[in-house]
Structure formats: structure tokens, C-alpha cells
Design a protein around this ligand. Sequence first.
Ligand SMILES: Nc1ncnc2c1ncn2[C@@H]1O[C@H](COP(=O)(O)OS(=O)(=O)O)[C@@H](OP(=O)(O)O)[C@H]1O
Length: 602
Amino acid sequence: MGKGDLSPLPDKGRGRYILVIYESLLKYAHTDSWNRQLLHQYCLRYRVGIITFHRANQNSPPLLNLRGLPLLLRTNQALRDASVMSRSPLLHLTRAGTDRGPLPGDDWTTFTSNHSSYQAVVQARPRGEAPVGSGDNPVPGFSRGLQDTVVLDVGLFDGVQRVVFGHGLGYWLHRLLLVDAITYLTDRKLSLGLERHILVDIDDIFVGKEGTRMNTKDVKALLDTQNQLRSQITNFTFNLGFSGKFYHTGSEEEDDGDDLLLGSVLEFWWFPHMFSHMQPHLFNNLTSLQEHMMLNKDFALDHGIPVDQGYAVAPHHSGVYPVHLQLYETWRKVWDIRVTSTEEYPHLKPARYRKGFIHNDIMVLPRQTCGLFTHTIYYEDYPGGPEELDNSIMGGELFLTVLLNPISVFMTHLSNYGNDRLGLYTFLHLADFISTWTHLQLDTLPPLQLAQKYFALFPQQRQPLWQNPCDDKRHRDIWSKEKTCDRLPKFLVIGPQKTGTTALSLFLLMHPSISSSFSSTKTYEEVQFFNTNNYHLGIDWYMELFPLPSNVSSDFLFEKSSAYFPSEDAPRRAAALLPKAKILTVLINPSDRAYSWYQCLE
Ligand SMILES: Nc1ncnc2c1ncn2[C@@H]1O[C@H](COP(=O)(O)OS(=O)(=O)O)[C@@H](OP(=O)(O)O)[C@H]1O
């Protein structure tokens, strides 16, 4: 960076950044003195801390003195037994303890300082015999034995607080400590809090093929595990999703398992699937969907399954997203459903972008992934090896999912509670790992309360953002064959009002390949979809206002809504549904427009 290259730090007298993260400690230390002074002044004035990492490479000198910081680095070390210091003020989520065994890689950096500003957050031991610089040939400045791998600079040296990591974020403990470092350095302004809510759904109750279902021993193990989990997850209760048609369709032992599940009906929570596990988007007729749903409700009533939980899940996310209006209607009518969950909104991947939304008064929660899939998985045959699952639980993806999401809804399947009972294994070990390493307070809330909590935490997610169902293969597969994505405009005339947009539309319509939306009294001639509450009626409603094009590639559908121009919502919504649409706007002398508007109001 040269003089003046640092992006402007203050903005209108306020600090623009709450925290500074340098991926590379050396880049930070070697910043030229002009920029470094600017950064320093900024950090002091706005009480902003710095997080930085040192990743050694083959060319790193074994010892490194940093310019301007009283910190000596010793690089490329192999370490073991990382211990988190219980007295470190950095700890918030993290619980002190020792991660026994070798640390990944042999390129660790450790730190030493002769200044009292630096405190160890994590220490580790050199791995193996006679580490470099020990024994007869000690490196000056380093004691043998425990080495500091993460240090906190409390600001006594130059007023700036820093957290310095001696390796990257590949090591799970660093990811956990990063969250704490952010909390600490921002004075808890950026903090995730300690509460985490976890709901574990077990789908396909009664659905599995003979030989893969739960027998009575499996059901007893389920009950025992549920009790065990309650010591770490308050009120933990498995949430069972059932399709009544398949009740008693297993082997004799599995049918006994079904009976034991129903004999313990009040020990669990229950939610309906479709009676025969059919995908709701295959039903276009409301009445037949309703009849089919009623079969599952009758089954529930016959077997004493509570029907008032207000939560349901659709097989393969069908109908939830992309929204199949018929499903929402029928769920409300038959079951009074208020909550569902899906992995599909806005897309399956990346998982961290999954969101919730509310449609037709049904709250749709995002569902997280826990590495157990719809089919039976045996521990030894886990994709990538059993260590994949263990790593995910012990500091990897599954652990991070719970760490970073205040609310996690996990979907698992019946067959992973029989066979190797990998579902039980996963959640027992996860709860154990979380309580060993964190101060997180885990609980399970009934779905309705969970959803209310979710949308109180993330109110901006209440409003959906519709996408084109045909732009994603997974979505296309659960989009009704009787529906199309062709009835969407290729261009929009967006106004502003009183600029001659009606005339422009009429001229455009003279072209034989151009058609517009139907004008309707419902919509006061203009569709006004992206800028009003019409948007909440969904894309089926929108598409029905367009003719079916006779030739998809050469026909041009459009709509003109002149109030799109000043709308704050319209650009974002239109870009999500019609990312390739062209936009036509008419700009005229503002005084002409104002006069025309004035005449209109007269
Ligand atoms: N060809 C052409 N060129 C320029 N201006 C034209 C044209 N045709 C119509 N007009 C004038 O446009 C005004 C109506 O604009 P809009 O159709 O955009 O109005 S609306 O917002 O849809 O209500 C309206 O303006 P005022 O007559 O001043 O009210 C129309 O007369």
C-alpha cells in the first residue's frame, strides 16, 4: 500500500469500520508508516481493535521480530495439546480446556513478548522430541515447553487492542475463538449471544422400506437418547414426521417398533407429511390435495397423534419453495399449519445463505444440514469415511452451524435411527462437544414458538424474494408440470408516471411479437406487482396476468407499471425474479411531468 491507499476510515465524523481484520500479520506490520499511523489514529479514536493471523511458509525465517510491535515470532513449528487459558478475558462463547493431540500441520507460529500487554489465549506444546531451538541450543527469548499460539494484546503497549493467531482458520478452535475475538474487540456490539435453539425433525416415520426401519430396540434407544440429551439441551424432544399410509408395512419386528412409537406418542412431538408421501406440487386441484391430506389427519386422529402443533413438512420440499399456492391453502385449511421449514430458499447452496420467509401466514424456517441424508448411512461407510462425520461434529461444519445460527432446524430420517442409529450418535456427540467447548445454552422450542423467535430475530426476512422456479434444476423438479415459467415479461416499462408510458406501451403493442399483461380491474389496469402488496400474492398470480406466448423465443411479453420507477422494493424484487429483463424508462423535463401530474390531480 502506498501513501493514501488506505480506504477512507471515518465517514461524516463517524468510524466506518467497527473492527479491522488483517488476513496477514506481516502485511499489517509492513504497512508503510503513513498508512499505519492513520490506521493507528483511527483505532485509538474510535476504539477499534485489530485481528490478524500469521501463516508461515517454507521461506519464513525461523525467528521474526515485528516492526513496531514488541512481538517475537517463531515459525514453522509442529505442536500438540492446544490449551485455552481459563483466565483469558477474550473468552465468551469458548470454554477453557485442552484439545489433546497434534495440531493440524507443522507450520505453526508461536509468539513471545517482553511487554505485559500480551497475554496468552491459547498455548500448545512442541510436538515430538527435541524441537528446534531447544535442549543444548535454546533459541533466545523462547522458553521450552508451552508456547503461545494465540495472543491478546490488551492495548497497554500503544493503546490498540489486538488478537493475533499463529495459524489460519483451518483449525476449528480458531474459528470459535474468532467469534469471541470479534465479540471482545467490538465491546459486544457484534455478538451472537449464548442462546441456541435446536429442533431435530425425524422424517419418514413409517415410510422406510422393510429392513431399514426402527424396531422396538431402536425406539427404546430413541427414548433413552432423548432423555440423555435433555441434560444438555433443555426440553429436547424429537419431532416426528409421519405418513400414515405406511404404518405397519415393515417386518414383524419393525411393526412392533411402529406400535412402540405410537405407544409412546406423547413422549415426542409429531408433524404431518403427506399420507402417502406424495409431493404436493403434483396436486393442482385443491379438493384432491385436501382429500389426500385428510387421510393423514384421520390416521393421526385414529392413533392418538396430536394434530395441533401447527407444523408440517412437505416431501422433498415440494410446494414450500417454489411456492405451490395450493399447498399453503390446504395446509391452513386441513391442519391449521403456521410453520414449515425448507432447505430450498433461496437455494440449497451455499447453506449459509438460506433464509426464511412468510407466505399466506405460514412461517417458513430455513433448515440446516447435518450430514445425514435420506438413505441409511452406516458409520463405517460414511461418505468420505467416518472421520468426516466426526470432524463435522467436533469443530467442523455441524458444530459451526450451531455456533453461528441462533436457530437450527435439522432434518434427519427414520432409517438413521434404526440400523447404525447414526442420528443418535450425531446429536449425542454434538451436544457433548458443544458443552465441553462452549458456554452455549441449548434448548428445543416447539416449532410455533421457534418460528416466532426466528422472525423476531430476523424481521427483515419476513418478506419473501421470489425467484424464477425454472432457473434452478432442483426447483424446476418440484414445480408443477401444469405451470410454466414462460409467462414472465422480457421487459418492463417502469415509468415514471406521466411521462407518456401509456402511449409508449400502445406503440410497442403494434409490433406483432409484442404482448403485454392483461389489464384488469383488480390491478387498476397496471399490474403493480413489484411495488405493492400484490407481490405477496405470489408469482402464480403474476403469471396469470400474462398470455401464454405462442413462441417463447420470439415473443416478447412486457408489463408497464409506471409506479415501479420511484419504488424502493421494485428494483430488488424485479432483479430477483427477472434477472435478464430489460428495463424501459421515459425521462422528460421534470416540469412537464409535474404539470401533467398536477392536471391529473385537479
Ligand atoms: N406521444 C407522446 N409523447 C409525449 N407525451 C405523450 C405522448 N402521448 C401521450 N403523452 C402524454 O403523457 C402523459 C401521460 O403519461 P403516462 O401515460 O405515462 O401517464 S400514467 O402515469 O400512465 O398515468 C399525458 O400528459 P398530459 O396530457 O400532460 O397529462 C399524455 O398527454
